[in-house]
Design a protein around this ligand. Structure first.
Ligand code: C2E
Ligand code: MG
Ligand code: MG
Ligand code: MG
Length: 289
């Protein structure tokens, strides 16, 4: 019976587990090739001033177009890249590419160009002892100032340990701004805010969803509290994942000044994001009602 039970358990779990292991291993090696073969590219999601409707900034988001598998979502390959350590070269590529793009926009659009570019950074990158020097080198080689760069880190990265803490302090001292991404979903948000040189809070999409999900007072309360917290601490607050005018208007009432989401704009190719910079007009969709 024991043997049978063991066998049953094996047949029940083995196929899925193996498929998972195999696909992650394969994804990892294919990702390694992807970097070499230049199958990666960046899209830029505009961030708007939701009071004036004007373009404020943009977040660089990596994409992978696999020659056979087609489009692979960052939600699938970023975790694989983090576990394998490939996130370090991948992240270096993203940082340089995003800074080069901002420099290009500044040449093409002058004062119309956004002032800063947001780049997501994984904890593995922050643990690299050369990270601060790498950022400084990329900025100087692309002709950007530290204030032209916003690095998005998660609450768990910030709580990682002394090395990461020192790295974040050094970046901040250099003048690079730091944003806490997916804010509100982590473990120890409030104490972290006192111990770290944070400049921007990015309210996680789940709380924005909560605004229009019927009677969800809990998530609504978090959205409102984060806006207040940012105001008291004199940080800027960005609401992520805005999908409707109703959410946009509620967030504006709560005191959010900045927002990004499919309602205003999806992540765009560099050219399309650049086109928004040449027309200085507010996004009309934001005043539909
Ligand atoms: P994130 O940094 O929180 O980025 C926001 C994600 O929300 C993006 O997903 C964006 O496309 C999506 N989003 C924005 N507005 C809306 C909306 O209105 N509705 C919906 N449903 N989604 C919206 P994406 O591009 O799939 O990226 C997922 C995550 O992958 C990112 O979350 C980030 O954690 C990670 N990621 C993406 N690019 C990079 C990168 O270059 N480096 C690192 N380390 N992580 C990255
Ligand atoms: Mg982000
Ligand atoms: Mg986010
Ligand atoms: Mg997120």
């Amino acid at each position: 019976a024991a043997k049978e039970g063991g066998k049953a358990a094996w047949t029940r779990f083995e196929p899925r587990m193996r498929a998972d292991v195999v696909s992650h291993a394969r994804l990892g090696s294919e990702l390694h090739n992807a970097i070499i073969r230049r199958e990666l590219y960046l899209l830029y999601q505009p961030v708007f001033d939701i009071v004036t409707g004007r373009l404020h900034g943009a977040e660089a988001l990596v994409r992978w177009k696999h020659p056979v598998r087609g489009f692979v979502s960052p939600g699938d390959f970023i975790p694989v890249a983090e576990r394998s350590g490939l996130i370090v070269p991948l992240g270096s590529w993203v940082l340089r590419e995003a800074c080069e793009q901002l420099a290009r926009w500044r040449r093409e659009h002058g004062d119309g160009a956004i002032k800063a570019i947001n780049v997501n950074v994984a904890v593995r990158q922050l643990r690299e002892s050369g990270f601060v020097d790498e950022v400084a080198a990329v900025l100087s080689e692309t002709g950007l100032l530290p204030q032209n760069l916003v690095l998005e880190v998660t609450e768990s990265s910030v709580a990682d340990g002394r090395q990461v803490r020192e790295t974040l302090h050094a970046l901040h001292e250099m003048g690079v701004r730091l944003a806490l991404d997916d804010f509100g979903t982590g473990q120890s948000s409030l104490s972290l805010l006192r111990a770290f040189p944070v400049d921007v809070l990015k309210l996680d999409k789940s709380f924005v969803d909560g605004i229009t999900d019927g009677e969800d007072r809990g998530r609504l309360a978090v959205a409102a509290a984060v806006a207040q917290l940012a105001e008291y601490l004199q940080l800027s607050a960005v609401a992520e994942g805005i999908e409707s005018l109703a959410q946009l208007e509620r967030l504006r009432e709560m005191g959010y000044r900045l927002g990004q989401g499919f309602y205003m704009a999806k992540p765009l190719p560099a050219e399309d994001a650049g086109a928004l910079m040449s027309s200085n007009a507010p996004a009309p969709v934001m005043y539909a009602a």
